[in-house]
Design a protein around this ligand. Structure first.
Ligand code: ZN
Length: 335
């Protein structure tokens, strides 16, 4: 009896020690309220860093000029380079989907902390899953548009924006140069932008270097305008093989409803194709470069909304369906 009690006690002590060690480096998000503004920041169970965070918050809080009346997010990067330990604090204010980022950089030397300098404030669009009021229990689809942009794309963007829905555009690199403003507008409206190669060649007929060039050129062009590399790829004609799948460093998105808008140029036909087949989790293929396609959207979108569908980007669709997209894998729907 006595022996088994001691064994139990030892096991308990070991488990307790494991629990303490495991919890040591856990980061918790703390919340602090000042003048009805929530300040949210990550906190280590590590005195070294936590002291600096405390000081930063106390010393600078009173100097913050907070424009956003809701939340302020604070984050930091604590890292070593050649001789120094660096600690850079980031402050994020998010107002109407625009992120204002402030940085304060410090050098830590022999436990002394010195501010390096004030760094520039950067503004960028918050491209997370920001669609508000998405009900994940509702049926959900992703409209996708290929081969643009061209003169018609702006019209499509305005229709999507009018109904307050989002879609995904797979751009052709060769069309980007002359349509930079449209891409800025696309990005600003919160649409998702993917890569559809540079020149729409049949990739299965190309050599490895040429295939890489088709994707890389378009990625760089999109980055030069939006500041973001596309995280989705749709090869021209949706055609892939082993070689192509290995060369693409993002998930590969195809579709399960083809509207054949390029073939018929008939907005009623496009409407019927979508409405007769649509179901939860579909990815619908369209082309933003045709008038019949933009006209069909004026019919399709109100009908889908009336039937209770949420219209989301491809990344949102997989996010809400809780499917993790993997690079080099092909997806035609989310269900
Ligand atoms: Zn295409």
């Amino acid at each position: 009896m006595k022996k088994s009690f001691i064994i139990c006690l030892i096991i308990f002590i070991i488990l307790f020690i494991i629990y303490i060690i495991k919890d040591k480096d856990k980061i918790n998000n703390y919340e602090y309220n000042k003048d009805n503004i929530n300040i949210i920041y990550p906190y280590f169970n590590n005195d070294n860093i936590d002291n600096y965070i405390n000081n930063y918050l106390i010393n600078t809080l009173f100097n913050f000029k907070i424009n956003n009346k809701n939340n302020l997010f604070i984050d930091y990067d604590y890292y070593n380079d050649m001789d120094n330990t660096n600690l850079t604090f980031y402050r994020y204010e998010i107002i109407d989907n625009i992120v204002k980022e402030y940085k304060d950089k410090y050098l830590i030397n022999n436990n002394k902390i010195n501010k390096v300098k004030d760094l520039d404030v950067i503004n960028y669009i918050y491209d997370g899953y920001t669609q508000k009021n998405i009900d994940k229990n509702k049926p959900m689809i992703a409209l996708t548009f290929d081969d643009g942009p061209n003169y018609n794309t702006g019209k499509i963007l305005d229709i999507l924006n009018k109904y307050n829905v989002k879609a995904t555009f797979f751009l052709l690199g060769k069309n980007i140069e002359n349509n930079k403003d449209i891409i800025k507008k696309m990005n600003g409206y919160g649409m998702e932008i993917g890569n559809h190669t540079y020149s729409h060649k049949l990739l299965t007929k190309l050599k490895k270097d040429k295939i890489k060039e088709e994707f890389n050129k378009t990625n760089d062009l999109i980055y030069s305008i939006t500041g973001k590399y596309p995280t989705l790829t749709r090869p021209s004609y949706g055609s892939t093989n082993n070689k192509i799948r290995k060369l693409i460093n993002t998930p590969i998105i195809i579709w399960d409803i083809d509207t054949l808008d390029w073939k018929y140029h008939n907005s009623n036909k496009i409407y019927n194709k979508v409405i007769s087949k649509v179901k939860d989790g579909d990815i619908i293929l369209m082309h933003d470069i045709y008038s019949a396609t933009s006209n069909s959207l004026e019919l399709i979108i109100p009908k889908l909304l009336e039937e209770g569908y949420e219209l989301v980007t491809v990344s949102e669709l997989f996010y809400y369906k809780e499917i993790t997209l993997e690079k080099g894998k092909v997806y035609g729907f989310a269900k």
